[in-house]
Ligand binder design. Sequence first.
Ligand code: ZN
Length: 274
Amino acid sequence: MPKVILVIMDGTGYDAAVTQCGYLEGAVELGRARRWKMQTATPSLSGPMYETMHTGLWPHEHGITSNESMRASERPNVFSLSRAAGKVTAAVAQEYYHRLYVDRPWDRLRSIEHHDTDTDIQHARFYSMEGYGAINAVAPAEIDLCAQVTLLAERHAPDYLLLHSCSADTLGHTYGGDSAQYRYQVWMIDNALSRAIPTWLELGYEVMVTADHGMNAERHHGGMEPIMREVPFYYFGAASGPDAGELLSQLGLAATILNRLGVAPASEMRPAFL
Ligand SMILES: [Zn+2]
């Protein structure tokens, strides 16, 4: 069975990815990867979409409808089902993921390194972004996140490994989705991935790259605008999938990841597209 790395480029809309991600788009042009347009659930907010991508449910169904209502996941999800099936899980992600899938108190001085096989994310490097704002983005370097993913892959061989980058979202909230700063940051992610993805493929992973939501010019997301809801989905792997022009639903991502891992999706999850 393949192992899967999912990259979430937080706040990176479809048009921003297609115009700025020269490595990912080049891989599509060469036939080494495939890319679809994906539509998010709503409200198109970070915390609710993290849970939607991992449970295959709308926020109205999984209950996390706002970043202000973050709590531990209460539904079967990619991490819990993988662990229950004997798979190894890992993540490099912002603190919200610790709240969702580790469900232990956040220790400000220790939780950034996590190893506990009794939790749904078993191995992780978390980051807090404490103090984030217009003065200081407090976002880790993209290549450093990729390095942490590589080390986790080499040391623990996780079957499911999440990389969550928050920098494009941060720059979008600060300067807007129609700014040079936002577009440059989207390219920065692509630039780091251009050096990491070949290594991850060599390690035996399939790689999926997507986003939780997009970003409008008013520095916002959460509503129904296409620029908020349309995100890319890139896939480096062996499954065929639907025609390139088909609009994918973000609700199908959880079952898709589990399918690729050989783990049965929960019956309440929306159907897989791969
Ligand atoms: Zn987000």
